[in-house]
Design a protein around this ligand. Structure first.
Ligand code: F6R
Length: 619
């Protein structure tokens, strides 16, 4: 939530910052702003900010350009204070010579603000972040240090010691031209090392077109940048360790290409992303899978007698499919914990419990906190993560990457199918150490390999699914119903529909319908049944009949060949045949396309749904 980018070098900062903000806009789009300064210590900092989308800032900059070779910028997801111009970042201190951008939440901001106001500071926004700008400015003004760079670093450090909460910040001062100070705690920040230029950003995607040499900062790191140099210490002033990594994706991967939306591009990338999730991980001669990153010996894996899968939103739905998969194939008791609950719930975990945290971004604050809570209790916590170098990837005790490539559309799509694919590999691996037969293992490996071609086949139905969506645009609400492996798929279908088309939708275990939900069935409330031809197919048909008997329109997602459904359902979408336990991977795709086409037809902003942000780095 919120994206920040800073630049210092020889080029004009504004175009670089605007381009970086465009790439970070998925993190928040309530307002944006930049502050730049030129090489002279007499020149004031020029700040431009606007509420609303980045285009508003672009327009402002055309009217009032801001020139300079050093600058900071921010795209906001509002937490404290409405999305107004005044609440947009960067914020200044009382002198107006310091500018600062912040991603995170300062929990004790009100107390600090009261003190500062008593001392005569005047605030211009309702944000928690402006407090930080004043704290740094205050410490700067009170310092005796004669070197302005050193003085700014000391001031940042002093301010950060006073705040409770999370932060990724970048600050600059007019007295120290060409100098940026950044620090992080709980919010991501990455340093980009270019030739004669340096960057700081919330996400490496914002800087990858300039450099592929990056340092992912750790919590409490503090970095100083000039165009030719950098240094990293921690906020206490001690030397900090760091590693220079090479970014593993190209700028083109983070572009929409020929697609109108990132979401559609990412839906269509699934044949490849699913393949990337299992590539090199299927061991034919053992009819098993290998997940080397888990760093667990066969004996340790054999000793696992309980598994906890933790995540938020879509990742928690993938975890639910994982629960069904692991219990079905490996017979190991598995539970799903919503990360935000797990971190405070204090559930009993014994020593043979293996905890996994699942996260596309690897930065979700609740998932990160759940991981740290598990580790605090002495558990080995493993990560299933997409973003290479993210905080969860670095702090977990091992794990596996999805290798899906950047997912930029706010609605998670390819990450869901890759997470489920990876959990299927885990279930096969654990299953083959227990009761899963060679034949069953081989059959699953064969089916995994067939998934990309089957996904291609489903994607060919995009137009058919669009036509279905067009029939139901007046829906008052929608129900998503599935059983067993496809109960979580139903939850995921409902989440997709809600978040991008703003149609109220709820997902349920299909048989729960008659325990209350059926009261919602009406001609204006379509039901989407996820009902491949599996062990509960006939049961689902009966439930579908109950909905039809009450005049509820039905869209059925079923297996090719189940043509009898065309007589009872209003619309049918077919998926190729697949083992029951892998069906959610295929069934999720028509649901993604359905919500996408609904959203486009309803003129919703598909890639940037209202009130949302891709990476939830605040509680
Ligand atoms: C839904 C969606 C969110 C995320 C959730 C977790 O489409 O994108 O529900 O799944 O915020 O995000 P990660 O996986 O990055 O931890």
């Amino acid at each position: 939530m919120c994206g920040i980018i800073g630049y210092v070098g020889k080029a004009e900062a504004t175009p670089i910052l605007l381009e970086g903000l465009r790439r970070l806009e998925y993190r928040g789009y309530d307002s944006s702003g930049i502050a730049v300064m030129n090489g002279s210590s007499d020149a004031p900092i020029q700040t431009r900010k606007r509420s609303g989308r980045l285009d508003n800032l672009r327009t402002l900059l055309t009217e009032k350009p801001a020139a300079g070779h050093c600058g900071i910028s921010h795209t906001r997801w509002a937490t404290h204070g409405e999305p107004t111009d005044a609440n947009a970042h960067p914020h200044n201190d009382s002198s107006g010579r310091l500018a600062l951008v912040h991603n995170g939440v300062i929990e004790n901001y009100q107390v600090l603000k009261d003190h500062l106001e008593e001392d005569g500071h005047v605030f211009h926004s309702q944000t928690d972040s402006e407090v930080l700008a004043h704290l740094v400015g205050n410490a700067y003004d009170a310092s005796n240090e004669s070197d302005p760079q050193r003085r700014l670093v000391e001031a940042v450090r002093e301010a950060l010691h006073q705040v409770a909460g999370t932060y990724g910040i970048v600050a600059m001062h007019a007295d120290a031209p060409g100098f940026l100070v950044g620090a992080r705690f709980g919010s991501p920040l990455v340093v980009g090392l270019g030739k004669g230029e340096k960057f700081l950003a919330s996400d490496v995607g914002a800087i990858v077109s300039h450099t592929t040499d990056a340092i992912y900062l750790r919590d409490r790191d503090l970095v100083c940048l000039t165009e030719d140099d950098f240094s990293i210490e921690n906020v206490d002033g001690d030397q900090a360790e760091y590693e220079v990594s090479t970014v593993d994706f190209t700028p083109e991967q983070a572009e929409k290409g020929e697609y109108p939306h990132y979401m559609l591009k990412e839906i269509f990338e699934q044949p490849t992303s699913i393949q990337n999730a299992f590539r090199g991980r299927l061991i034919d001669d053992q009819a098993s899978a290998i997940l080397g990153g888990l760093q667990l010996t066969p004996r340790e894996l054999r000793d696992v007698d309980r598994i906890v899968l933790c995540g938020c939103g879509t990742a928690s739905h993938a975890a639910m499919v994982g629960e069904y998969l692991i219990e079905h194939l490996a017979r190991i008791p598995t539970e799903v914990e919503i990360a935000s609950e797990f971190r405070y719930r204090n559930p009993p975990l014994d020593k043979n419990t293996l905890v996994f945290v699942i996260s596309q971004s690897g930065e979700t604050i609740d998932t990160l906190a759940a991981m740290r809570e598990g580790q605090r209790k002495g558990h080995r916590v493993l990560g299933i993560v997409n973003s290479v170098g993210s905080t969860i990837a670095r702090e977990s005790d091992g794990g596996s990457y999805l290798y899906s490539g950047p997912e930029i559309g706010v609605a998670a799509t390819k990450s869901f199918t890759s997470q489920v694919t990876l959990l299927a590999l885990l279930a096969i691996l654990l299953g083959r150490m227990r009761h899963l037969s060679v034949d069953a293992g081989q059959q699953l490996l064969k089916e995994l390999r067939e998934l990309p071609a089957k996904v291609e086949k489903i994607l060919l139905q995009s137009e058919h699914i669009r036509q279905i969506a067009l029939k139901y645009l007046d829906a008052k609400g929608m129900l998503f119903l599935g059983r067993q492996f496809n109960y979580p798929t139903a939850l995921e279908g409902a989440l997709k529909m809600k978040e991008i088309s703003y149609i109220f939708a709820s997902g349920h275990a299909a048989a729960e319908l008659k325990h209350g939900i059926i009261a919602l069935v009406s001609e204006e409330t379509p039901s989407v049944f996820i009902m491949p031809r599996d062990s509960v197919y006939e049961k689902n048909v009966s439930t579908l009949e109950e909905v039809k008997a009450r005049k509820g329109p039905v869209i059925a997602i079923t297996t090719e060949g189940s043509t009898e459904l065309e007589r009872i359902a209003d619309d049918v979408i077919y998926i190729p045949p697949v083992s029951e336990c892998l069906a959610p991977i295929l069934a999720a795709i028509p649901l993604q396309l359905l919500s996408y086409h609904f959203a486009v037809a309803l003129d919703c902003d598909v890639d940037k749904p209202r009130n949302l942000a891709k990476s939830v780095t605040v509680e």
